[in-house]
Design a binder for this molecule. Structure first.
Ligand code: FE2
Length: 379
């Protein structure tokens, strides 16, 4: 495979007929978790999310409950079963806590559904409108990799806080935001030799284009390797990198993910901030742990990336990484897994012009992940 860095490949579907699947942005991410009440506390306390909405026993839902949290444009839904033997419970048994749905905000859910089904998408549920006194939301859903789904959300006729049948959740405990703004990208790990199947899915079924590709020569250390392609929708608001494992001397970190998640799924959620230093300081003070690159990373950093506005000593103290492309530079840092299994983690990213994904940091980063794998005995 050739590296086609930063090259945008024209997608025939887009260039000839316009964008058949216009997406306004990420509407919400829904995680299935073992204990939504405690997870919600973690998202508030450690990650600065604000309580928004609730559905469960007190709204007449008997078998599951959901807490909805918000930070600027990001909405996270944490859902847990209240009884045994549910599909949600089976999902958690197989995958552990993880991302079930990446919901996409569209103007026409029916059209989004039919255009993607026509091109080969597998249905999860047909367009359905739900109402309450604040109006109506129409949603439909299709499958993507593993047990993950995309929900198309049309909310132009809705004035409520989240979705019909959710009530406001407004507890007295409301820790401050930490400056997370929006979801920059959402990364999927897929099985051996499945990367092209899923990048083809995003190209052919959803009309996305390929933004970048990295092969195992870009992303390998002495021991572990992976391959990655980044797919983006027409307006560039939705970016889905897809990783697959590659052969190395020892187990790929993607393979470790696949083993623990029980198949393909969301590996990390990258969220943007306007001030990575203050965001990371806040996260650390709230107990979030980050992957640490060796101190030597910073010795030659400015030679690699040129002039930056931030204090090098501050970035070094926090472990924030820097990379530059032809459009500018970016700052990024990765948390350790936020769930018990070594699967889901967060990336914090601040873009200063750069449109890429931190390729220059991959090697340092993957060596940091390997050190963690070695500690887990899974390298
Ligand atoms: Fe990322």
């Amino acid at each position: 495979m050739q590296t086609s860095e930063y090259q945008t490949l024209e997608n025939a579907n887009n260039s000839n007929t316009g964008d058949f699947l216009p997406i306004n942005g990420t509407d919400y991410l829904e995680l299935y978790v073992g204990n939504a009440r405690q997870s919600a506390h973690f998202f508030q306390t450690a990650l600065g999310f604000q309580p928004l909405a609730y559905s469960g026993l007190s709204t007449g839902v008997k078998t599951q409950e959901s807490y909805v949290l918000k930070q600027d444009k990001i909405r996270i839904v944490l859902t847990t079963p209240l009884v045994g033997g549910t599909e949600i419970g089976k999902h958690i048994d197989l995958h552990g806590d993880g991302v079930k749905a990446i919901a996409l905000w569209v103007d026409d859910a029916e059209k989004a559904f039919h255009e993607t089904i026509k091109r080969g998408a597998e249905m999860v549920f047909e367009p359905i409108a739900e109402q309450d006194e604040f109006g109506s939301v129409k949603r439909a859903a299709i499958k993507t990799y593993g047990d993950t789904i995309h929900i198309f959300v049309e909310r132009k006729d809705y004035k409520g806080i989240f979705l019909p049948h959710f009530k406001a959740w407004n507890p007295t405990y409301q820790p401050e935001s930490i400056g997370l703004k929006y979801i920059d990208h959402c990364v999927g790990n897929v099985g051996w030799n499945e990367m092209n199947r899923w990048t083809d899915f995003y190209a052919n079924v959803m009309g996305f284009s390929q933004l970048v590709s990295f092969d195992d020569k870009d992303i390998s250390t002495e021991y572990t390797a992976l391959m990655s392609k980044v797919m983006s929708n027409g307006n560039g608001k939705i970016k889905f990198p897809i990783n697959e494992p590659a052969e190395g001397k020892k187990k790929s970190q993607i393979e470790e993910y696949l083993n623990f998640y029980g198949g393909s799924g969301v590996q990390h959620i990258a969220v943007a901030t306007d001030d990575i230093v203050s965001t990371v300081v806040a996260m650390k003070s709230r107990g979030i742990e980050f992957l640490q690159v060796p101190d030597s990373y910073y010795d030659t950093l400015l030679d690699r990336v040129g002039k930056i506005e931030e204090e090098l000593s501050e970035l070094r103290n926090l472990g924030v990484l820097v990379d530059r492309d032809e459009d500018g530079y970016l700052l990024q840092i990765f948390t350790k897994p936020i769930v018990s299994r070594p699967t889901l983690f967060f990336e914090i990213i601040q873009r200063k012009g750069a449109k890429s994904f931190g390729k220059g940091n991959f090697k340092a980063l993957f060596e940091a992940i390997e050190r963690e794998q070695a500690l887990r005995g899974t390298l």
